[in-house]
Design a binder for this molecule. Sequence first.
Ligand code: SAM
Length: 285
Amino acid sequence: MTENFPASAETVRITPCVKWAGGKGQILGEIERRMPKDFKNYFEPFIGGGSVLFFLRPFSAFINDANPQLVNLYRQIQSDPEKVISAVNALDKEGCNLDFYLKNREEYNRRITENILDCATASLFIWLNKHCFNGLYRVNGKGLFNVPYNNRSAGSSIDEENIRAMGKYLKKVDIACMDFEEAVKNARQGDFVYCDSPYLPESPTANFASYAKGGFSSEDHRRLSKVFKELDGKGVKVMLSNNDVEDVYKLYNGYRIESFEVRRMINREGNKRRGREVIVTNYDY
Ligand SMILES: C[S@@+](CC[C@H](N)C(=O)[O-])C[C@H]1O[C@@H](n2cnc3c(N)ncnc32)[C@H](O)[C@@H]1O
């Protein structure tokens, strides 16, 4: 076992509480095998559903995402998991049909527009994630959540024990909502940064992911590779995930790049197919 890894802070298993496009659940083994042997502080500037963080559960962690509603979710779970559980259970009690879904989505979007970041917004976030099509989080150009209803009503939207364990673990985690470049400014020699940005498109015609207003452009990818190199220069250990596409080899030329096969869970037809991803590192493992 290393200084800050793995599962050293809590022994109980924690899993993501929302489904998130690009979730790393199925490649945790690939990530684990390429982890640095030891590190001081852990930084994850694109936290998303948090599958890597909750798998590793490092003692000292700084997490970040540009999506304010997602960050609010983690902050609410951090400060009062019981309150979040009660609020989601209250929504579940109502059952669900298309009208109720649309009413909740409208209320959630009102809260986005008015920038209301509280427990009610966090519980709607979880509830909508469970009842929307494919469990996807997608926003339109105005930043409003626009995913349709999945036509399923039954079941609980929350695993209470998981939220309790998550709340306990998050108590010692710093949670920020800013651009990734700012979020890794404090990383120092011996720290470890895992970057899982929205991916480069698999093909030139594929769309960029829109988890947050503004998306992630090719200029952002250039900026990210610059940040990777700056961190490397400071003696920070960096790992980065992306699609196995030509641009990655150009952007990260000179670093260790390993490619492997993955099952793609989310596509227009909602079925599975195969693709390839890479993990880039600036250290040996
Ligand atoms: C691929 S997802 C991360 C998936 C995550 N590893 C998981 O397992 O669920 C990318 C995340 O980057 C966030 N993001 C997009 N642009 C960003 C930026 N400029 N700075 C920080 N985060 C950003 C998105 O909101 C999204 O949650």
